[in-house]
Design a protein around this ligand. Structure first.
Ligand code: ATP
Ligand code: ZN
Length: 210
């Protein structure tokens, strides 16, 4: 491997922290907002700025060698990648929530109910494990308004502070997964010299933060 390629989020909640982490690793690059690729001048690395949802697949397909993405996205895309390093930012939880006056109190009460989510695969796996039959309503955004509109009895969504749930008259009743940003790579390539060098640098940055 002559030049390593890393995929990070182009804009959104993980962009700034991903850029900051790479800069703290001593890497010099222009953080072009308008272009897709930026070259690092003092390390054989190219940075690809992408939508977070595409990052696991780009890594699996070899377009990028490594990437920074939320564990929630990795699990939802069901792409097999290697977890190289947990990064400690972008922390959130995927929770089940219902309207405050709902009769649904436990996971078992979801039997036969409709649940709105942008994470149908993670939800499906969870419901299968719990032996619950429920109707999964896939919606791509603003999941928290679904119960109020009569589309669903419950929601399964990403929560960091809980403010959005509260503002929509919802309360969480079960945490399904915790997530944070992860450095991912392809299985079997973990020992590549450039990847190891970058992981070492990232680990020193993370240690300095503790
Ligand atoms: P993109 O345009 O890249 O598809 P997006 O809108 O899907 O972006 P963001 O909202 O920027 O994604 O969130 C990126 C990641 O940040 C999430 O996948 C998750 O891992 C993490 N995250 C942390 N807290 C939250 C939160 N409160 N809401 C949503 N995502 C969060
Ligand atoms: Zn996305």
């Amino acid at each position: 491997m002559k030049t390593l390629k890393i995929a990070i989020q182009k804009s959104g909640r993980l962009n700034e922290k991903s850029v900051e982490l790479l800069k703290n690793c001593g890497l010099s690059f222009e953080n072009y907002k308008s272009s897709l690729i930026s070259s690092v001048s003092n390390f054989p690395l190219e940075i690809l700025f992408l939508r977070d949802d595409d990052i696991p697949e780009y890594v699996q397909d070899g377009i990028a060698d490594i990437g920074i993405v939320g564990e929630n996205v990795i699990q939802e895309t069901q792409v097999e990648v290697a977890y190289l390093q947990r990064l400690g930012f972008g922390k959130c939880k995927l929770k089940l929530a219902v309207p405050v006056d709902s009769s649904i109190k436990t996971v078992k009460d979801l039997e036969g109910k409709a649940i709105a989510t942008s994470y149908p695969n993670i939800l499906k796996n969870f419901l299968t494990k719990e032996s619950i039959n429920a109707d999964i309503k896939m919606i791509s955004g603003s999941v928290e308004i679904a119960p109020g509109l009569g589309l669903s009895d419950a929601i399964f969504d990403i929560v960091s502070t809980g403010g959005t749930l509260k503002n929509n008259g919802l309360k969480p009743f079960h945490d399904v997964i915790s997530s944070e940003a992860i450095l991912i790579g392809r299985k079997g390539e973990e020992d590549e010299e450039l990847i190891q060098e970058l992981i070492q640098r990232i680990q020193s940055v993370l240690r300095a933060k503790d």
